[in-house]
Design a protein around this ligand. Structure first.
Ligand code: NAG
Ligand code: NAG
Ligand code: NAG
Ligand code: NAG
Ligand code: NAG
Length: 462
């Protein structure tokens, strides 16, 4: 509305400019005729410059038609203008975005809060923030922001409210690990901010609000399970929806909240780069692969042992077995090892989940999951039992025999399922969202929770 009023005002101004310029010219001309003084000539010249300048400025402004024209659409619909603006800046995206199947997502609408940059984008100054293991908090925010089919700029139209707070990018100067001690206070202040400035939190007690908690124990925000369980999920988050990498099939205080299990973040570019060099169906000359921490003598840390000693057993039992390629040191090119392997071991660490799961699937290596009770991401889209093997923690000493059995019977069936594009897409966060990818799966999961949407529930009650 405001903009429609503005347009006539602008053309009035235009006329105003012409009138004033004519007056200026005549006035200057008369003065020159009468007195022909140098001073006046300078004055005239100055005026001429000013009026020329004004003329150029005004013509420049008014001949640039596309801006006011596309802006008039604003009054009709906010979505129209955002699309129009986007189309002018990046048309590739619009094409990809149209692929998204709106039917499966039940016309879901998500509103993204605009928070001060200290809650999110300030952290991106460190490049690691958008690339490390916990970076799904950044990736989901970016992908949703660019997903014009699902994103709404009108919060009254939204089914869900995404609260973009990055809590995993405060990297310790000592060991480089993300320090998450500040997570509770940062999130609490974000909730304080949105609940006092918008009506949407209070009307639903936050139950249609969505957060990402991508570290070891989800919204418990502590890297050690004991402490995480003790601290529990902060009271102010308990009614919301948490997107978390942590998930187990039994009761656990760190999933005592409405949640969606998401995969850890692996850069889709890194996977594409690896697959360019080593095709998915190429030669796999490594039979069973694992690279990571394997302690020979694990320490007793407040009654717990890293990986519940599973990795220790793997090392002791199989480091001398030529079929097993086991490495204990970091190596940046490890993706090239995964893509050359038949089986990739994914044992628990402190937490049951591991980035290896995503990398194995994305690079076509059959994941061998050794983490009792783990709840895997997106089970309705990814049929895990058909693309992976699960080995009980207590059976890890028989790993060699179990893998032999599979290799002799159903390995090629598993690989065939695993190498389909759908499964591999589901675990990667693309920007923009692609149908079936990891962010899309989040939206799909949210679409199954529309009963929590204040807007949807109110509409259906009317
Ligand atoms: C447009 O979007 C595509 C796909 O995300 C991206 O690769 C490209 O860099 C973008 N171009 C511009 C100009 O932003
Ligand atoms: C980052 O973590 C350190 C160590 O836990 C903490 O002292 C600091 O306040 C945190 N920084 C922010 C901006 O929260
Ligand atoms: C929401 O509730 C809190 C606590 O009762 C209150 O302080 C706040 O002002 C309310 N927000 C709005 C927008 O009314
Ligand atoms: C491990 O340490 C805890 C105390 O932190 C102790 O109670 C327990 O007995 C220890 N276990 C072993 C096997 O030493
Ligand atoms: C393959 O065989 C193993 C061991 O016999 C079995 O546990 C698994 O379910 C089978 N997987 C598929 C996809 O057939």
């Amino acid at each position: 509305m405001v903009l429609e009023v503005k347009r006539p005002t602008m053309s009035n101004n235009r006329r105003g400019f012409y009138v004033r310029m004519k007056l200026l010219h005549r006035h200057a001309g008369l003065q020159q005729q009468e007195k022909k003084k140098n001073l006046c000539f300078k004055y005239y010249k100055w005026l001429l410059w000013v009026s020329l300048l004004l003329y150029f400025l005004s013509s420049c402004f008014f001949t640039h038609k596309p801006v006011p024209l596309s802006k008039t659409h604003v009054s009709e619909s906010k979505t129209v203008v955002s699309r129009a603006l986007f189309e002018s800046s990046n048309s590739t995206f619009i094409q990809q975005s149209k692929n998204i199947n709106r039917g499966l997502l039940k016309d879901l609408k998500v509103y993204i809060y605009e928070l001060p940059s200290k809650y999110n984008t300030d952290w991106l100054a460190n490049e690691r923030c958008s690339n490390h293991l916990f970076a799904s908090e950044v990736a989901i925010h970016k992908a949703l922001a660019n997903s014009l089919d699902v994103r709404t700029f009108d919060p009254y139209e939204a089914d869900f409210f995404f609260v973009p707070v990055y809590v995993s990018c405060n990297f310790s100067t000592v060991n480089g690990f993300p320090a998450i001690g500040h997570a509770r206070s940062l999130l609490s202040s974000a909730v304080q901010l949105i609940s006092s400035n918008y009506p949407f939190w209070n009307r639903s007690q936050g139950s249609d609000h969505v957060f990402v908690a991508s570290h070891d124990y989800g919204a418990c925000f502590h890297a050690m399970e004991e402490r995480a369980m003790e601290d529990g999920i902060p009271e102010f988050l308990k009614r919301s929806i948490i997107l978390q990498t942590f998930g187990v099939k039994f009761n656990h205080p760190c999933q005592d909240v409405e949640n969606v299990v998401i995969p850890p973040y692996i850069s889709p570019e890194s996977v594409r780069t690896t697959l360019k060099k080593y095709p998915l169906t190429g030669r796999r000359d490594i039979w069973a692969f694992f690279r990571g921490k394997m302690e020979v003598h694990p320490k007793n840390i407040s009654g717990r042992y890293y990986s519940k000693k599973v990795r220790t057993v793997i090392w002791r039992k199989y480091s001398g077995d030529r079929r097993f390629y086991l490495q204990r040191h970091r190596f940046a090119g490890y993706q090239s090892e995964i893509v050359r392997s038949v089986f990739c071991l994914c044992p628990l660490g402190w937490a049951p989940w591991s980035p290896r799961l995503v990398e194995s699937v994305a690079l076509g290596c059959v994941p061998v999951i050794i983490a009792d009770g783990i709840r895997l991401p997106y089970p309705t889209s990814v049929r895990w039992s058909e693309i992976s093997l699960t080995v009980a923690e207590k059976d890890v000493a028989n790993l060699g025999t179990l893998l032999d059995q599979v290799a002799a019977t159903n390995l090629s069936a598993i690989q065939k399922n695993l190498w389909g594009p759908d499964v591999r897409r589901a675990l990667l966060f693309n920007d923009p969202v692609q149908e079936g990818d990891a962010t899309w799966q989040v939206l799909y999961a949210l679409a199954q929770k529309l009963d929590r949407s204040y807007r949807t529930v109110r509409l259906s009650n009317q």
